[in-house]
Design a protein around this ligand. Structure first.
Ligand code: GDP
Ligand code: ZN
Length: 459
């Protein structure tokens, strides 16, 4: 165990909850809290993992600041593997800051962002991919994203990577032995094994990377565009979705102010509705930006929603949009059902399978449920619930996995082309160490600092 000082920080999001937690970690954690907390017993005498009620006092004056609960977790059974004390008080910003202040006065140092998690990592409590997943937990926009992130904390990605590395080590051992005892028939066997095992490993990495796409969607939101002729109900749809789901309107830094993205949450799936088409700005998107611009937006999107006015016959523009959207993941909304139906389903059916067509009256709210059902069906499809799914949700992980895949392909190719086993071994070794970087086996201090500085304070 490393011998560090004792750190403290507010561990709950300010202003978001009714209970505030100050977390203290380090060799002096319990003694420091004892200096400012009066309960039935001195905390130094209590058992690990017990909760105590009492008063928190100002260190310098002894005045009572707040009452609260104190949770004591002794090393190594704590988040950081050090002695950890959590002080729960009445969450208001002022109260919790005062509690933190008195703890700092009593001898703790204010933690740097991510320092608790960094300690957990350096003390061997969690590996790097788990630590990074903690960042995702903090940032998770929805419950579903939270679950995936938590799963990573629990180590499903790490486990998969460890398994892969184990296999590569076995393969390397095999190659080394063959190099040391070069008999021709053994070499053939080894070459075949490199090709076989290499391909299996590539396949596994491929699967993780495939899951990564899903992971990105959960983190950044499903890029969604709404297209349709003027007056069909696009803005109304966006308003409905954002009003009922409490949209956050954000400016994207570094872009012009008029590009907005709106986050809405449908059944736990975050949708980022890109208003590049200016749904908010100009009321007649298609006329203003033309079918060509819609085409571009559709190309970039994960999901396209084509809105039609069902009370009117399909126009040529409607058909153009349907044609473009049919090549991508899309849903057709036939709106204004309350005004009767003039549009022919057969006609839409030429472009889009029936199960992707929803009838709505956005004005009255009819049919929106079905739209949400469909979004859920298309993008979750039960896959998220899959117990063994491994998601790489982190850009750094994805880049490393891609790299390892390339290195393995090179090993396989070298083997197929009859290169010497020494050369093959180098590629396998590289892939092994690249995979190690994902779980933090081979990282330098710089990278560590960079990763941990992304954390909120208190984690
Ligand atoms: P946009 O130009 O495609 O964004 O269309 P808007 O959302 O601005 O809607 C145009 C008009 O259609 C507005 O007056 C809406 O109130 C109306 N509208 C939208 N949805 C419906 C609907 O389901 N039924 C009826 N009757 N009117 C609707
Ligand atoms: Zn509009």
């Amino acid at each position: 165990m490393n011998d560090w000082d004792t750190i403290a920080a507010i561990a709950t999001a300010l202003g978001e909850s009714s209970v505030g937690i100050v977390r203290i970690s380090g060799p002096e954690a319990i003694r420091i809290v004892d200096k400012v907390f009066t309960g039935k017993k001195r905390l130094e005498t209590v058992a690990s993992h017990t909760v105590h009620y009492g008063h928190i006092r100002k260190f310098s004056t002894g005045d009572i600041i707040d009452e609260g609960l104190v949770l004591v977790m002794r090393s190594p059974r704590s988040y950081t593997a050090e002695d950890v004390v959590e002080v729960q008080c009445h969450g208001g910003i002022v109260a919790i800051r005062r509690v933190l202040e008195t703890i700092l006065e009593a001898g703790a140092r204010l933690a740097e962002p991510g320092e608790f998690t960094k300690r957990a990592f350096l003390n061997g409590r969690i590996d790097l991919s788990q630590a990074e997943a903690v960042i995702d937990v903090i940032r998770a926009k929805t419950d579903t994203a939270m679950q995936v992130a938590l799963k990573q904390v629990e180590g499903s990605l790490s486990q998969e990577i460890r398994l892969l590395r184990q296999k590569l080590i076995e393969l390397l051992a095999h190659i080394e032995v063959t190099i040391d005892y070069p008999e021709h028939d053994v070499e053939d066997v080894t070459v075949r094994r490199v090709i076989q095992d290499g391909e299996v490993a590539i396949e596994r990495i491929q699967r993780i990377l495939h899951g990564a796409r899903h992971g990105r969607i959960l983190r950044e939101g499903l890029k969604t565009v709404i297209v349709g002729q003027p007056n069909v109900g696009k803005s109304s749809l966006l308003n409905r979705l954002s009003r009922t789901e409490r949209a956050i309107v954000t400016d994207i830094p570094g872009t012009t102010r008029d590009i907005l993205e709106e986050s809405v949450n449908i059944r736990g799936i975050p949708l980022t509705i890109l208003d590049t088409a200016g749904i908010r700005e100009t009321e007649d998107v298609v006329e203003k930006i033309g079918v060509e611009r819609s085409r571009e937006a559709i190309q970039d999107a994960d999901l396209t929603v084509v809105v039609l006015d069902g009370s009117k016959p399909l126009s040529a523009t409607d058909e153009d949009l349907l044609q473009i959207a049919s090549k991508r993941m899309s849903i057709v909304i036939v709106n204004k059902a309350d005004l009767g139906s003039a549009v022919s389903l057969d006609q839409i059916g030429q472009y889009m399978p029936v199960e992707r067509i929803v009838h709505t009256s956005i004005k009255t709210g009819i049919g929106l449920e079905n739209f949400e059902d469909l979004v859920e069906e298309l993008f979750l499809g039960g896959q998220i619930e899959q117990k063994d799914a491994t998601y790489a949700t982190n850009v750094r992980h994805i880049a490393l996995l891609e790299q390892a895949k390339t290195q393995l392909s090179e090993a396989v190719q070298s083997a197929q082309m009859g290169m010497t086993l020494d050369l093959v071994a180098v590629d396998v070794k590289n892939a092994w160490s690249t995979l190690g970087e994902v779980i933090g086996k081979e990282v330098g201090e710089d990278l560590l600092d960079q990763i941990f500085s992304q954390f909120c304070l208190g984690k």
